[in-house]
Design a protein around this ligand. Structure first.
Ligand code: ADP
Ligand code: ZN
Ligand code: ZN
Length: 733
């Protein structure tokens, strides 16, 4: 008989990161389950605190001083049994705590006692007596009769223009009553029906393979516009027909309006939406809707992967190469890897899709771990656009100092004349990148973060994009006192200004981090452009993804090199992906599209491969480089980052960490320790930053050992030094 439970305590401290054994009191024995949230006495003072049951057992060696569980919190489990397996794997893989993982799985509000939002609606209690069977009571009574339990008192008053006091009178004399009703906090908006398409042969074969193959993991490598979304939706409806459930991940909020239009238009209310902009309340409600089986499909950003479906049939991840699938906060998990593990635990299907799969995922296909499905044609028969590379150095030689090449200018005016739409793409945010002195080369940097400040023309201010510090723009150089202080580079605002100059009649729209910060702004911009109310959409990465506008025939990539020069081993891959994705926005309808890529680096192999839509060529070359340089997928990279307000303390400690790591790990010829050295961004928010990079062939257990060495070798209060560990990080800045 089960008598004891292993409980994870809801406490941040890493030294309580283990299951504590509690005795289950007699009356609770039949009620306890794995995954329940419970209250337990903890610590010397026996403070009552939340915990989560992740183990149950009949015997226990040391039963003398065991404390008892005090209370079961909810009438449902907050962690599913399958998730306990997943938590155990993730904790090792990402070197984090149980609680870090549990927090991904349960809605944040729950431990703060969040409940459903309730409201009091008006209902009928008794028929009107003769005395009250007159106006205004008679009409109020009829309204409530027709809308029983639908509206609150205030809503009735507003909607039907009725005085609150008359309603009160009817309640007082027990003709009307209040009922408590649960309010759904989720978005109730109804979308137009998105009709099913008749599948083409590529789509049909892809679906057939996924539904019948004995393997469970697939990658759809389909060119942009190949109709992957229609495949996803068909798969989802087939899985629902089997009585199972589906999770569909999309990269980030930027993709959601179009996806929602399609998914809600197809599946209606049967769908939960889960992303980072939900309030805790909305998040809680959506979580419960999934938990209670009210919805069968969830669409969302990476965190939707952890929603508590009972009988998950499929996980679909669109644009699987996107960096936003890697979490940048602890636990620093990669949703693709976690989805692979989850699909194995739950024996459900996993479908990854992309026009430019990540090198790691494609490599898994070549290894046979994932089944590859290739689609080389656009679904609606449209041709892929023609891609031209323009050498900007030659433009300068020909005395063209504008940020638009002659070819791009001509193409823009042709498209405008034909009333076709244009997307101009820039991999950068803000008005310009940095302000410098043209005479002595001095660059304005943030005092706190050691990175170049960005000039914003709206406010005429310099802003630090790491800590948010704002400064006004000085007119003289602090170093040489000259007046040649100017901003460098380009931003979306500057491009917009330039477009206005060259094409004063064109209507422009800007889509970047700054213009999409408020809640519905992305959707608004999307709709304006979709409805043809603007000619030119100017944007950052956001415009590169997934958007499907039929009337766009021209895409201009303003400076393809921007992403090539990042200090990151994925810089080539990022460049290939961005160019390919943004090119895929052109010529999606019946008109042939054209893409113009401007660069100072026209011989770069990733730019050339992207211009030819040659994924395989790019993949082969890139894989070779990864192999030679010991990068993933061949070797792992573990980034150990230490930060502190106290520079000397930080340096002393990280040197000590490195010394111990070198002593203990160097025997292993498969391991390489780089550093310690200051990070590229050597200071953020007054915190100095240093890093050690470990490159090599090691498993999860080994990584956990490394973590232990790191923590053991820090010789100061943990409050003074912050440690972060990241496996295969997305950036080494
Ligand atoms: P992807 O996600 O692969 O880039 P989409 O799913 O956006 O491509 O599809 C591209 C376009 O093709 C969309 O406008 C879509 O409506 C259309 N489409 C998809 N499947 C079909 C089909 N079977 N027949 C006709 N048009 C289709
Ligand atoms: Zn100067
Ligand atoms: Zn700063």
């Amino acid at each position: 008989m089960i008598k004891y439970a292993g409980v994870i305590i809801n406490n941040e401290s890493s030294n309580v990161d283990k299951a504590f054994t509690y005795k289950i009191p007699e009356p609770m024995v039949d009620l306890v389950k794995l995954g329940l949230r419970v209250k337990v006495p903890f610590g010397r003072g026996n403070r009552i605190i939340d915990g989560f049951i992740i183990e149950l057992f009949d015997n226990c060696e040391n039963i003398n001083n065991l404390k008892e569980i005090s209370e079961i919190c909810d009438d449902f489990t907050v962690i599913r049994e399958q998730d306990i397996k997943l938590i155990n794997i993730m904790r090792e893989k990402y070197m984090c705590t149980y609680l870090d993982c549990i927090k991904l799985i349960m809605p944040t509000g729950i431990t703060r006692g969040m409940k459903h939002k309730m409201t009091k609606v008006v209902s009928i209690k008794n028929s009107l007596t003769e005395k009250y069977d007159k106006e205004p009571y008679r009409s109020i009574f009829t309204i409530v009769e027709n809308n029983n339990c639908k509206y609150t008192k205030n809503e009735i008053s507003k909607k039907f223009n009725i005085s609150i006091s008359s309603i009160n009178t009817l309640v007082k004399h027990e003709f009307l009553d209040y009922n408590i009703k649960v309010v759904d906090r989720y978005n109730e908006r109804i979308y137009d029906r998105y009709e099913e398409k008749k599948l083409n042969i590529d789509q049909y074969e892809a679906i057939n393979k996924i539904m019948t193959d004995k393997n469970n993991k697939f990658l759809i490598h389909g060119v942009t516009g190949s109709g992957k979304t229609e495949i996803y939706m068909k798969l989802v409806s087939m899985i629902i027909a089997e009585g199972k459930e589906a999770i569909m991940l999309v990269p980030e909020i930027a993709l959601t309006p179009q996806m929602l239009e399609r998914f809600k238009g197809r599946f209606g209310k049967n769908i939960a939406v889960f992303h980072s902009r939900l309030s805790d309340g909305e998040r809680y409600d959506e979580w419960l809707r999934v938990k209670s089986g009210k919805v069968k499909v969830a669409v969302g950003a990476r965190s939707a992967l952890f929603l508590p479906f009972k009988n998950l049939g499929i996980i679909i991840i669109d644009e699987e190469h996107e960096l936003s699938y890697k979490s940048d906060v602890t636990p620093k998990y990669n949703a693709i890897d976690v989805a692979i593990i989850k699909s194995e635990i739950e024996k459900c299907k996993l479908v990854l899709g992309s026009a430019t799969p990540s090198i790691e995922t494609y490599y898994k296909c070549k290894n046979g771990d994932i089944q590859l499905i290739e689609i080389n044609n656009r679904a609606d028969g449209a041709e892929l656009p023609a891609v031209n590379i323009v050498d900007m150095r030659e433009e300068l030689l020909s005395n063209n100092r504008s940020m638009f090449s002659r070819e791009l200018k001509e193409s823009i005016s042709t498209a405008l004349e034909r009333k076709e739409q244009i997307i101009l793409f820039l991999n950068r945010r803000g008005h310009s990148t940095f302000v410098s002195c043209r005479k002595c080369g001095y660059v304005f940097k943030c005092d706190h973060c050691d990175i170049a400040l960005t000039y914003h023309s709206d406010s005429k201010k310099l802003i630090c994009h790491y800590c948010g510090d704002v400064r006004s723009l000085p007119s003289t150089c602090p170093q040489c006192k000259s007046h040649y202080v100017k901003y460098f580079g380009v931003g979306t605002e500057k491009i917009e200004g330039e477009v206005w100059k060259e094409f004063p009649n064109a209507k422009t729209l800007r889509m970047d981090y700054d213009t999409t910060r408020s809640k519905n702004s992305y959707e608004n911009i999307y709709n304006i452009f979709k409805n043809g109310e603007a000619d030119i959409l100017i944007g950052t990465q956001m415009v590169a993804k997934g958007l499907d506008f039929k009337n766009v025939t021209l895409v201009g990539v303003i400076a393809a090199d921007l992403s090539l020069n990042l200090p990151d081993y994925r810089a080539n891959e990022r460049t290939f992906q961005l160019i390919n994705q943004v090119s895929g926005r052109a010529g999606r309808g019946s008109k042939k599209g054209k893409v113009i890529i401007q660069t100072y680096n026209p011989t770069s192999s990733s730019i050339i491969a992207a211009s030819k839509n040659d994924y395989l060529g790019f993949y082969k070359e890139e894989l070779q480089m990864r192999y030679l340089m010991d990068y993933p997928p061949f070797k792992k990279i573990l980034l150990i980052n230490l930060s502190s307000k106290y520079e000397n303390l930080l340096i002393k400690n990280i040197q000590n960490v490195a010394l111990l790591l070198k002593n203990m790990l160097q025997k292993n010829s498969n391991i390489n320790i780089l550093g310690p050295c200051p990070c590229s961004i050597s200071k953020i928010k007054e915190m100095y930053r240093w890093q050690i990079i470990i490159k090599g062939d090691f498993d999860n257990k080994y990584a956990c050992n490394i973590k232990k060495i790191v923590y053991d070798s820090i010789k100061t209060d943990y409050n003074n030094i912050r440690v972060s560990m990241d496996i295969n990080p997305t950036s080494l800045l």
